[in-house]
Design a protein around this ligand. Structure first.
Ligand code: LLP
Length: 426
Protein backbone atom coordinates (compact mmCIF):
# COMPACT_ATOMS: atom_id res chain seq x y z
CA UNK A 1 0.00 0.00 0.00
CA UNK A 2 1.31 3.49 -0.76
CA UNK A 3 0.00 6.99 -0.72
CA UNK A 4 -0.40 8.85 -3.99
CA UNK A 5 -1.83 12.08 -2.68
CA UNK A 6 -2.94 12.89 0.84
CA UNK A 7 -5.79 10.54 1.80
CA UNK A 8 -5.60 8.57 -1.45
CA UNK A 9 -3.76 5.28 -1.42
CA UNK A 10 -3.06 2.40 -3.75
CA UNK A 11 -3.74 -1.10 -2.48
CA UNK A 12 -3.47 -4.21 -4.65
CA UNK A 13 -3.42 -2.03 -7.74
CA UNK A 14 -6.64 -0.23 -6.78
CA UNK A 15 -7.05 3.42 -5.91
CA UNK A 16 -8.61 3.69 -2.46
CA UNK A 17 -10.34 6.69 -0.97
CA UNK A 18 -10.56 6.74 2.81
CA UNK A 19 -9.63 3.05 2.71
CA UNK A 20 -12.34 1.98 0.21
CA UNK A 21 -11.58 0.91 -3.34
CA UNK A 22 -12.84 3.28 -6.02
CA UNK A 23 -13.77 0.31 -8.20
CA UNK A 24 -15.94 -1.17 -5.44
CA UNK A 25 -17.63 2.19 -4.89
CA UNK A 26 -18.53 2.44 -8.58
CA UNK A 27 -19.76 -1.18 -8.60
CA UNK A 28 -22.17 -0.37 -5.81
CA UNK A 29 -23.22 3.21 -6.58
CA UNK A 30 -22.76 3.55 -10.33
CA UNK A 31 -20.82 6.07 -12.40
CA UNK A 32 -20.08 8.94 -12.56
CA UNK A 33 -19.82 9.83 -8.88
CA UNK A 34 -18.43 12.56 -6.66
CA UNK A 35 -16.87 10.98 -3.56
CA UNK A 36 -15.76 13.09 -0.59
CA UNK A 37 -13.76 11.99 2.44
CA UNK A 38 -15.15 13.53 5.63
CA UNK A 39 -11.96 12.97 7.54
CA UNK A 40 -9.93 14.90 4.98
CA UNK A 41 -12.41 17.81 5.03
CA UNK A 42 -12.12 18.06 8.81
CA UNK A 43 -8.31 17.75 8.69
CA UNK A 44 -8.08 20.53 6.13
CA UNK A 45 -10.31 22.78 8.21
CA UNK A 46 -8.35 22.07 11.41
CA UNK A 47 -5.01 22.69 9.70
CA UNK A 48 -6.29 26.08 8.57
CA UNK A 49 -7.74 26.86 11.99
CA UNK A 50 -4.49 25.86 13.73
CA UNK A 51 -2.63 28.35 11.56
CA UNK A 52 -5.11 31.08 12.52
CA UNK A 53 -6.20 30.11 16.06
CA UNK A 54 -7.65 33.53 16.91
CA UNK A 55 -9.39 34.14 13.60
CA UNK A 56 -12.89 33.13 12.52
CA UNK A 57 -13.10 30.99 9.39
CA UNK A 58 -16.14 31.57 7.20
CA UNK A 59 -16.36 28.62 4.82
CA UNK A 60 -17.01 29.81 1.24
CA UNK A 61 -20.23 27.93 0.53
CA UNK A 62 -19.78 28.31 -3.22
CA UNK A 63 -16.99 25.71 -3.20
CA UNK A 64 -19.62 23.07 -2.44
CA UNK A 65 -22.88 23.92 -0.71
CA UNK A 66 -24.14 20.40 -0.10
CA UNK A 67 -26.07 20.64 3.17
CA UNK A 68 -24.17 17.78 4.81
CA UNK A 69 -20.85 19.41 4.03
CA UNK A 70 -22.14 22.70 5.42
CA UNK A 71 -23.19 20.86 8.58
CA UNK A 72 -19.66 19.45 8.91
CA UNK A 73 -18.35 23.00 8.64
CA UNK A 74 -20.83 24.21 11.27
CA UNK A 75 -19.76 21.36 13.59
CA UNK A 76 -16.15 22.45 13.15
CA UNK A 77 -17.11 25.95 14.28
CA UNK A 78 -16.99 27.64 10.89
CA UNK A 79 -19.15 30.52 9.78
CA UNK A 80 -20.07 31.01 6.14
CA UNK A 81 -19.34 33.34 3.27
CA UNK A 82 -22.55 33.23 1.24
CA UNK A 83 -22.98 34.83 -2.14
CA UNK A 84 -26.70 34.40 -2.82
CA UNK A 85 -30.05 33.99 -1.14
CA UNK A 86 -29.81 30.26 -1.87
CA UNK A 87 -26.46 29.93 -0.13
CA UNK A 88 -27.80 31.97 2.79
CA UNK A 89 -30.81 29.64 3.03
CA UNK A 90 -28.53 26.59 3.05
CA UNK A 91 -26.07 28.03 5.58
CA UNK A 92 -28.89 28.86 8.00
CA UNK A 93 -30.44 25.43 7.47
CA UNK A 94 -27.06 23.85 8.22
CA UNK A 95 -27.04 25.63 11.59
CA UNK A 96 -24.36 28.21 10.91
CA UNK A 97 -24.55 30.94 13.60
CA UNK A 98 -26.17 34.10 12.20
CA UNK A 99 -23.42 36.32 13.52
CA UNK A 100 -20.89 34.24 11.61
CA UNK A 101 -22.54 34.54 8.22
CA UNK A 102 -21.38 37.24 5.84
CA UNK A 103 -23.69 37.91 2.92
CA UNK A 104 -21.41 38.85 0.03
CA UNK A 105 -22.28 39.74 -3.53
CA UNK A 106 -21.66 42.41 -6.12
CA UNK A 107 -25.24 42.55 -7.39
CA UNK A 108 -27.64 41.59 -4.65
CA UNK A 109 -31.31 41.93 -5.47
CA UNK A 110 -33.64 43.79 -3.10
CA UNK A 111 -35.22 40.43 -2.34
CA UNK A 112 -31.83 39.08 -1.24
CA UNK A 113 -31.16 42.16 0.90
CA UNK A 114 -34.58 41.76 2.56
CA UNK A 115 -33.79 38.14 3.30
CA UNK A 116 -30.39 39.02 4.78
CA UNK A 117 -31.96 41.78 6.90
CA UNK A 118 -34.73 39.48 8.17
CA UNK A 119 -32.13 36.77 8.89
CA UNK A 120 -30.00 39.15 10.99
CA UNK A 121 -26.78 38.23 9.22
CA UNK A 122 -23.90 40.53 8.41
CA UNK A 123 -23.77 42.06 4.96
CA UNK A 124 -20.72 43.02 2.92
CA UNK A 125 -21.69 45.96 0.72
CA UNK A 126 -20.28 46.28 -2.76
CA UNK A 127 -21.33 49.81 -3.74
CA UNK A 128 -22.66 53.09 -2.39
CA UNK A 129 -25.87 52.43 -4.25
CA UNK A 130 -26.29 49.16 -2.38
CA UNK A 131 -25.59 50.97 0.92
CA UNK A 132 -28.52 53.30 0.26
CA UNK A 133 -30.84 50.46 -0.72
CA UNK A 134 -29.91 48.49 2.38
CA UNK A 135 -30.39 51.47 4.65
CA UNK A 136 -33.95 51.93 3.33
CA UNK A 137 -34.77 48.23 3.69
CA UNK A 138 -33.32 47.98 7.20
CA UNK A 139 -35.18 51.13 8.29
CA UNK A 140 -38.43 49.76 6.94
CA UNK A 141 -37.87 46.52 8.85
CA UNK A 142 -36.88 48.51 11.94
CA UNK A 143 -33.47 46.85 12.12
CA UNK A 144 -29.87 47.94 12.34
CA UNK A 145 -27.64 45.68 10.27
CA UNK A 146 -23.94 45.12 10.84
CA UNK A 147 -22.12 45.79 7.61
CA UNK A 148 -18.70 45.89 6.03
CA UNK A 149 -17.65 47.22 2.65
CA UNK A 150 -15.93 45.00 0.13
CA UNK A 151 -12.78 46.82 -0.85
CA UNK A 152 -11.22 46.52 -4.26
CA UNK A 153 -7.61 46.81 -3.10
CA UNK A 154 -6.10 46.88 -6.60
CA UNK A 155 -3.81 43.95 -5.96
CA UNK A 156 -2.74 41.60 -8.70
CA UNK A 157 -2.28 37.96 -7.70
CA UNK A 158 -0.83 35.49 -10.18
CA UNK A 159 -3.80 33.32 -11.00
CA UNK A 160 -6.17 32.67 -13.86
CA UNK A 161 -7.67 36.04 -14.95
CA UNK A 162 -11.18 34.64 -14.49
CA UNK A 163 -10.55 34.07 -10.78
CA UNK A 164 -8.59 37.22 -10.01
CA UNK A 165 -10.98 39.50 -8.15
CA UNK A 166 -8.98 42.32 -6.61
CA UNK A 167 -7.72 44.06 -9.75
CA UNK A 168 -8.69 47.65 -10.33
CA UNK A 169 -10.69 46.57 -13.40
CA UNK A 170 -12.59 43.88 -11.47
CA UNK A 171 -16.36 44.10 -10.99
CA UNK A 172 -15.97 43.42 -7.27
CA UNK A 173 -15.69 45.91 -4.46
CA UNK A 174 -15.35 49.62 -3.93
CA UNK A 175 -12.20 51.27 -5.33
CA UNK A 176 -9.59 51.74 -2.63
CA UNK A 177 -9.72 55.55 -2.79
CA UNK A 178 -13.51 55.70 -2.37
CA UNK A 179 -13.73 53.42 0.64
CA UNK A 180 -13.39 56.10 3.32
CA UNK A 181 -16.19 58.08 1.72
CA UNK A 182 -18.37 54.97 1.82
CA UNK A 183 -17.85 54.60 5.58
CA UNK A 184 -18.58 58.31 6.05
CA UNK A 185 -21.92 57.86 4.32
CA UNK A 186 -22.67 54.68 6.25
CA UNK A 187 -22.07 56.42 9.58
CA UNK A 188 -24.70 58.98 8.63
CA UNK A 189 -27.36 56.57 7.43
CA UNK A 190 -29.99 54.82 9.53
CA UNK A 191 -30.33 51.02 9.57
CA UNK A 192 -26.66 50.25 8.97
CA UNK A 193 -23.85 49.81 11.45
CA UNK A 194 -20.43 49.71 9.78
CA UNK A 195 -18.32 47.38 11.90
CA UNK A 196 -16.09 45.58 9.45
CA UNK A 197 -14.05 45.74 6.30
CA UNK A 198 -13.71 43.03 3.67
CA UNK A 199 -11.71 42.10 0.59
CA UNK A 200 -10.95 39.04 -1.51
CA UNK A 201 -8.17 39.25 -4.06
CA UNK A 202 -8.71 36.03 -6.00
CA UNK A 203 -8.59 32.28 -5.89
CA UNK A 204 -6.03 29.48 -6.44
CA UNK A 205 -3.21 31.84 -5.47
CA UNK A 206 0.17 30.10 -5.21
CA UNK A 207 2.44 33.12 -4.74
CA UNK A 208 1.22 34.59 -1.46
CA UNK A 209 3.06 37.92 -1.44
CA UNK A 210 -0.04 39.80 -2.76
CA UNK A 211 -1.82 38.88 0.49
CA UNK A 212 0.69 40.97 2.38
CA UNK A 213 0.06 43.91 0.04
CA UNK A 214 -3.69 43.44 0.50
CA UNK A 215 -3.33 43.25 4.28
CA UNK A 216 -1.29 46.48 4.35
CA UNK A 217 -3.83 48.25 2.15
CA UNK A 218 -6.68 47.00 4.33
CA UNK A 219 -4.93 48.15 7.50
CA UNK A 220 -4.28 51.58 5.93
CA UNK A 221 -8.03 51.81 5.45
CA UNK A 222 -8.74 50.45 8.93
CA UNK A 223 -6.63 53.27 10.36
CA UNK A 224 -8.45 55.88 8.34
CA UNK A 225 -11.95 54.66 9.14
CA UNK A 226 -11.12 54.18 12.83
CA UNK A 227 -10.18 57.86 12.92
CA UNK A 228 -13.47 58.61 11.27
CA UNK A 229 -15.24 57.03 14.23
CA UNK A 230 -15.88 53.51 12.94
CA UNK A 231 -15.55 50.84 15.62
CA UNK A 232 -13.82 48.23 13.46
CA UNK A 233 -14.76 44.84 14.91
CA UNK A 234 -13.66 42.64 12.03
CA UNK A 235 -11.18 42.62 9.17
CA UNK A 236 -12.09 39.99 6.58
CA UNK A 237 -9.19 39.31 4.24
CA UNK A 238 -11.19 36.86 2.12
CA UNK A 239 -9.48 33.79 0.86
CA UNK A 240 -7.72 32.41 -2.19
CA UNK A 241 -5.01 30.07 -0.94
CA UNK A 242 -4.21 27.68 -3.79
CA UNK A 243 -3.87 23.91 -3.62
CA UNK A 244 -1.44 21.61 -5.50
CA UNK A 245 -3.49 20.36 -8.43
CA UNK A 246 -0.34 19.20 -10.17
CA UNK A 247 1.78 16.64 -8.43
CA UNK A 248 5.05 17.74 -6.94
CA UNK A 249 4.95 21.54 -7.04
CA UNK A 250 5.50 23.30 -3.72
CA UNK A 251 2.48 25.24 -2.59
CA UNK A 252 1.99 27.62 0.31
CA UNK A 253 0.21 26.32 3.40
CA UNK A 254 -2.18 28.15 5.74
CA UNK A 255 0.78 28.41 8.14
CA UNK A 256 2.82 30.19 5.42
CA UNK A 257 -0.09 32.56 4.90
CA UNK A 258 -0.43 33.11 8.65
CA UNK A 259 3.31 33.78 9.01
CA UNK A 260 3.01 36.38 6.27
CA UNK A 261 -0.12 38.27 7.24
CA UNK A 262 -0.57 37.83 11.00
CA UNK A 263 2.46 39.94 11.99
CA UNK A 264 1.15 42.78 9.81
CA UNK A 265 -2.36 42.45 11.17
CA UNK A 266 -1.26 42.24 14.81
CA UNK A 267 1.33 45.00 14.73
CA UNK A 268 -0.95 47.42 12.94
CA UNK A 269 -3.89 46.69 15.25
CA UNK A 270 -1.60 47.24 18.25
CA UNK A 271 -0.31 50.51 16.86
CA UNK A 272 -3.88 51.69 16.37
CA UNK A 273 -5.00 50.37 19.77
CA UNK A 274 -7.83 48.28 18.34
CA UNK A 275 -8.76 44.59 18.62
CA UNK A 276 -10.77 43.57 15.57
CA UNK A 277 -11.37 39.90 14.76
CA UNK A 278 -9.57 38.57 11.70
CA UNK A 279 -11.81 36.62 9.32
CA UNK A 280 -10.78 34.37 6.45
CA UNK A 281 -13.10 32.70 3.95
CA UNK A 282 -11.49 29.49 2.69
CA UNK A 283 -13.39 27.32 0.24
CA UNK A 284 -11.06 25.41 -2.09
CA UNK A 285 -8.49 24.67 0.62
CA UNK A 286 -11.13 22.91 2.75
CA UNK A 287 -12.98 20.92 0.10
CA UNK A 288 -10.61 20.75 -2.88
CA UNK A 289 -8.49 17.71 -2.23
CA UNK A 290 -11.13 15.88 -0.17
CA UNK A 291 -13.18 14.91 -3.22
CA UNK A 292 -12.62 12.67 -6.22
CA UNK A 293 -14.75 12.47 -9.35
CA UNK A 294 -15.04 8.87 -10.50
CA UNK A 295 -15.84 8.30 -14.16
CA UNK A 296 -16.02 5.20 -16.37
CA UNK A 297 -14.53 4.78 -19.84
CA UNK A 298 -17.34 4.47 -22.39
CA UNK A 299 -15.23 4.24 -25.50
CA UNK A 300 -11.75 4.54 -26.97
CA UNK A 301 -10.82 6.16 -30.24
CA UNK A 302 -7.59 6.68 -32.13
CA UNK A 303 -7.88 9.82 -34.24
CA UNK A 304 -5.65 12.92 -34.13
CA UNK A 305 -5.02 11.77 -30.57
CA UNK A 306 -5.88 8.77 -28.48
CA UNK A 307 -9.22 9.85 -27.09
CA UNK A 308 -10.69 8.24 -24.00
CA UNK A 309 -14.43 8.96 -23.82
CA UNK A 310 -15.69 8.94 -20.23
CA UNK A 311 -19.16 9.37 -18.74
CA UNK A 312 -18.53 12.77 -17.12
CA UNK A 313 -17.90 15.96 -19.05
CA UNK A 314 -18.00 19.64 -18.31
CA UNK A 315 -21.57 19.15 -17.17
CA UNK A 316 -19.99 17.72 -14.00
CA UNK A 317 -16.53 19.31 -13.96
CA UNK A 318 -16.31 22.58 -15.83
CA UNK A 319 -12.97 23.77 -14.44
CA UNK A 320 -10.76 22.37 -17.24
CA UNK A 321 -13.00 23.89 -19.93
CA UNK A 322 -13.45 27.19 -18.13
CA UNK A 323 -10.00 27.87 -16.67
CA UNK A 324 -7.77 25.36 -18.49
CA UNK A 325 -7.30 23.87 -15.08
CA UNK A 326 -5.44 20.67 -14.42
CA UNK A 327 -6.88 17.77 -12.46
CA UNK A 328 -4.68 14.79 -11.82
CA UNK A 329 -6.15 11.66 -13.47
CA UNK A 330 -5.63 8.15 -12.13
CA UNK A 331 -6.82 4.93 -13.76
CA UNK A 332 -8.35 3.72 -10.52
CA UNK A 333 -8.43 0.00 -11.36
CA UNK A 334 -4.86 0.03 -12.73
CA UNK A 335 -3.37 2.43 -10.25
CA UNK A 336 -0.08 0.56 -9.87
CA UNK A 337 0.51 0.03 -13.60
CA UNK A 338 3.20 2.00 -15.39
CA UNK A 339 2.21 4.54 -18.05
CA UNK A 340 2.15 3.09 -21.56
CA UNK A 341 0.60 5.71 -23.74
CA UNK A 342 -0.56 9.29 -24.04
CA UNK A 343 -4.29 9.91 -23.84
CA UNK A 344 -6.71 12.82 -23.92
CA UNK A 345 -9.71 12.21 -21.69
CA UNK A 346 -12.90 13.71 -23.06
CA UNK A 347 -16.47 13.98 -21.85
CA UNK A 348 -19.72 13.15 -23.66
CA UNK A 349 -20.84 16.76 -24.15
CA UNK A 350 -21.47 18.08 -27.66
CA UNK A 351 -18.74 20.74 -27.46
CA UNK A 352 -15.14 20.57 -28.67
CA UNK A 353 -14.04 22.14 -25.38
CA UNK A 354 -15.31 19.19 -23.37
CA UNK A 355 -11.85 17.87 -22.55
CA UNK A 356 -11.12 16.91 -18.96
CA UNK A 357 -7.44 16.09 -19.43
CA UNK A 358 -5.05 16.74 -22.31
CA UNK A 359 -2.22 14.42 -23.33
CA UNK A 360 -1.74 12.43 -20.15
CA UNK A 361 0.71 9.58 -19.81
CA UNK A 362 -1.33 6.72 -18.38
CA UNK A 363 -1.42 2.93 -18.24
CA UNK A 364 -3.13 1.19 -21.16
CA UNK A 365 -6.76 2.25 -21.01
CA UNK A 366 -9.71 0.08 -22.07
CA UNK A 367 -13.47 0.38 -22.09
CA UNK A 368 -14.85 -0.09 -18.59
CA UNK A 369 -11.78 1.30 -16.79
CA UNK A 370 -12.46 3.78 -14.02
CA UNK A 371 -10.74 7.13 -14.17
CA UNK A 372 -10.54 9.23 -11.03
CA UNK A 373 -10.10 12.97 -11.29
CA UNK A 374 -8.50 14.24 -8.11
CA UNK A 375 -8.97 17.50 -6.21
CA UNK A 376 -12.48 18.10 -7.51
CA UNK A 377 -14.13 19.09 -4.21
CA UNK A 378 -13.85 22.85 -4.75
CA UNK A 379 -16.10 24.16 -7.53
CA UNK A 380 -16.69 20.68 -8.97
CA UNK A 381 -20.23 19.64 -8.18
CA UNK A 382 -21.23 23.21 -7.31
CA UNK A 383 -20.62 24.35 -10.91
CA UNK A 384 -22.32 21.34 -12.52
CA UNK A 385 -25.24 21.62 -14.91
CA UNK A 386 -27.75 19.57 -16.85
CA UNK A 387 -26.39 20.72 -20.19
CA UNK A 388 -27.10 18.28 -23.02
CA UNK A 389 -29.90 16.76 -20.96
CA UNK A 390 -27.42 15.09 -18.64
CA UNK A 391 -28.65 14.33 -15.15
CA UNK A 392 -26.27 15.26 -12.36
CA UNK A 393 -24.54 12.41 -10.57
CA UNK A 394 -24.66 11.42 -6.90
CA UNK A 395 -22.45 12.78 -4.16
CA UNK A 396 -21.13 10.31 -1.59
CA UNK A 397 -19.48 10.93 1.75
CA UNK A 398 -17.01 8.44 3.18
CA UNK A 399 -16.51 8.32 6.91
CA UNK A 400 -14.59 5.69 8.85
CA UNK A 401 -15.12 2.99 6.25
CA UNK A 402 -18.85 3.80 5.78
CA UNK A 403 -20.47 5.45 2.79
CA UNK A 404 -23.41 7.85 2.92
CA UNK A 405 -25.22 9.08 -0.15
CA UNK A 406 -25.41 12.82 0.48
CA UNK A 407 -27.06 13.58 -2.86
CA UNK A 408 -29.01 11.09 -4.94
CA UNK A 409 -28.28 10.93 -8.67
CA UNK A 410 -30.80 12.94 -10.64
CA UNK A 411 -33.41 11.11 -12.72
CA UNK A 412 -35.12 12.04 -16.00
CA UNK A 413 -37.86 13.62 -13.87
CA UNK A 414 -35.28 16.11 -12.67
CA UNK A 415 -34.77 17.21 -16.27
CA UNK A 416 -38.42 18.29 -16.18
CA UNK A 417 -38.19 20.00 -12.79
CA UNK A 418 -40.51 23.01 -12.65
CA UNK A 419 -41.33 22.79 -16.34
CA UNK A 420 -44.99 23.25 -17.16
CA UNK A 421 -46.59 22.01 -20.34
CA UNK A 422 -49.30 24.35 -21.68
CA UNK A 423 -52.65 22.57 -22.01
CA UNK A 424 -52.58 22.74 -25.80
CA UNK A 425 -49.56 20.41 -25.86
CA UNK A 426 -51.09 17.80 -23.61
N1 LLP B 1 -14.63 34.73 -0.46
C1 LLP B 1 -15.08 35.34 -1.55
C2 LLP B 1 -15.69 36.65 -1.44
C3 LLP B 1 -14.97 34.70 -2.80
O1 LLP B 1 -15.42 35.33 -3.89
C4 LLP B 1 -14.39 33.41 -2.89
C5 LLP B 1 -14.29 32.73 -4.17
C6 LLP B 1 -13.94 32.81 -1.70
C7 LLP B 1 -14.07 33.50 -0.51
C8 LLP B 1 -13.32 31.44 -1.67
O2 LLP B 1 -12.11 31.39 -2.31
P1 LLP B 1 -11.22 30.09 -2.28
O3 LLP B 1 -10.76 29.82 -0.88
O4 LLP B 1 -12.06 28.95 -2.71
O5 LLP B 1 -10.11 30.35 -3.18
N2 LLP B 1 -14.86 28.65 -9.76
C9 LLP B 1 -13.46 29.01 -9.59
C10 LLP B 1 -13.21 29.72 -8.29
C11 LLP B 1 -14.05 30.95 -8.13
C12 LLP B 1 -13.86 31.57 -6.77
C13 LLP B 1 -14.86 32.63 -6.52
N3 LLP B 1 -14.72 33.24 -5.25
C14 LLP B 1 -12.61 27.75 -9.71
O6 LLP B 1 -13.16 26.68 -9.97
O7 LLP B 1 -11.39 27.82 -9.59
Amino acid sequence: MFTIKNHLEIEDGQLTIGGISATDIVKEYGSPLYVSNENRIRENFRRYKNAFPDADLYYAAKANSNITLLKIMAEEGAGADVFSDGELYLALLAGMPRDKILFNGNSKSDKELYMAVKSDVRISLDSLDELKTLSKIAKKEDKVIDVSFRVNPDVSPETHPKISTGLKSSKFGIPNDEVVLAYKEALDLPGVNPIGIHCHIGSQILEIEPFSEAMHKMMDLVEQITRLGVDVQFVDIGSGLGIPYEKGGKVPTPKDLADLILPIFKSRCKAEGIKPKLILEPGRYIMGDATVLLTTVNTMKIAAKKFVGVDAGFNLLIRPAMYDSYHFAVVANKADKTPEDIYSIVGPICESGDILAHDRELPKIEKGDIIAFLDTGGYGFSMSSQYNGRTRCAELLLNKGCIDVIRKPETYDDLLNNQLIPARFL
